[in-house]
Design a binder for this molecule. Sequence first.
Ligand SMILES: Cc1cc2nc3c(=O)[nH]c(=O)nc-3n(C[C@H](O)[C@H](O)[C@H](O)COP(=O)(O)OP(=O)(O)OC[C@H]3O[C@@H](n4cnc5c(N)ncnc54)[C@H](O)[C@@H]3O)c2cc1C
Length: 432
Amino acid sequence: MMSTDLKPEYDIVIAGGGLVGGSFALLLARLARNSGLRVLLLDATPPQTDSIEQGPDFDARSTALSWGSRLIYEQAGLWPALADDITAIRDIHVSDRGHFGATRLRSDEMGVEALGYVAENRQLGRVLQQALRDNKDLTVCAPASVEHVQPQSDGAMLTIKGAGRERISTRLLVLADGGRSGLCRQLGITVQQKHYGQQALICNVAFASDHQGQAFERFTDTGPLAMLPLADHVAGRERQHRGALVWTLADSNGTGSDLQTYSADRMMALPEVEFIEALQQRFGWRLGRITHAGARSLYPLSLNVAREQIRPGIVLLGNVAHTLHPVAGQGLNLALRDARALAELLVDAHRNNKDPGAMDVLQAFVAAQSGDQAQTIAFSDLTTRLFSNAQPALALGRNLGLLLMDLMPPAKGWFARQAMGMADRQSVRPYS
Ligand SMILES: Cc1cc2nc3c(=O)[nH]c(=O)nc-3n(C[C@H](O)[C@H](O)[C@H](O)COP(=O)(O)OP(=O)(O)OC[C@H]3O[C@@H](n4cnc5c(N)ncnc54)[C@H](O)[C@@H]3O)c2cc1C
């Protein structure tokens, strides 16, 4: 329910209604239905205005959702609205350019309908915003930003801009305000940063052949390259088979002639025809000729992890807690698993008349998710370092790894479960 008529006090305030804050709010509201839990979501950005009538956009940005994320969106009651416009990943083809190792992860072998899905970000945003507007168990206010947080013995006092009420108190503040959180800086919560000296080049590409639900992860001596299947782009009579490229490239000061040839700055500067030629050379011909490459953008690759995830009355969720590089496609997927664990614990606490901001409740959240977070961060970090390294010993190691994965179903199963966001879930143990 969108509102400007806010109360002076809430049980839970969520600062930030991006993909993570919005999904968390809806999951929490669903689990806490009719329980009287008072939840307010504030987002600094005005609600998305584009409508379903807006034409298709060749360059629309997208996100890979794991099978595990589908289950979470089902739990939140959002999957039926998302399923219509989403592309299923049936197979993942993993290969190493110029080497012998290759493996294929197949949904039918895993006994699931799909290994994951690719959703356009604006469609995800549209579904979340519609659901937030319709939800009667939540109060949503946007644009409105949390300007200042004053921690208190029983939660936090917030100073708000744009909500028609300047001060609101909450028993728990969920910080979901993204990777450049001004609120964390204000609270003195610092971030551990690791730079990879690489950039991710993002671009949608058209191929002569249909991808048939295949995603490609291709490792090359100048960096890994992922191609996700996207829905065809149809404009008039023209139909283009689209893939979403995430290409990791060295910064321009990379050493070695190939690294310089395929540096991020150089790939950005090339005219389209030459860019297509370079990409085709690295990606190969599995989907035929590349006929078009859309707008390109660069994201510096780094790993940022907040040094504290909880304080009395405060918890961090999403990019503010951990920003992973986009190559492994795990950032949102991990955050959704965190969101589910937190929502379940908060609803349990509420039903037992516990303070949602109490440290034992928040510690139970950290205990439930720290293993998953550590494993996902290590998985993303390791794949990036291992597969973007041209050293012969490492190249041999990864080739053997790919071969062994194909020969040893349990290893393949482990890799697939990790990619699917289905790594063994630790049970959410309520606070003691
Ligand atoms: C190129 C790229 C590709 C990616 N691909 C994948 C993928 O395939 N799969 C995957 O799982 N992940 C992927 N990710 C990661 C994923 O996009 C992020 O994990 C996710 O978007 C994080 O969302 P968030 O809500 O935490 O942060 P944000 O999206 O940054 O949202 C933060 C929100 O907080 C609001 N806000 C900020 N300050 C305040 C304030 N003071 N008060 C109120 N509101 C405030 C902002 O308006 C914003 O709406 C990718 C990331 C990139 C960059």
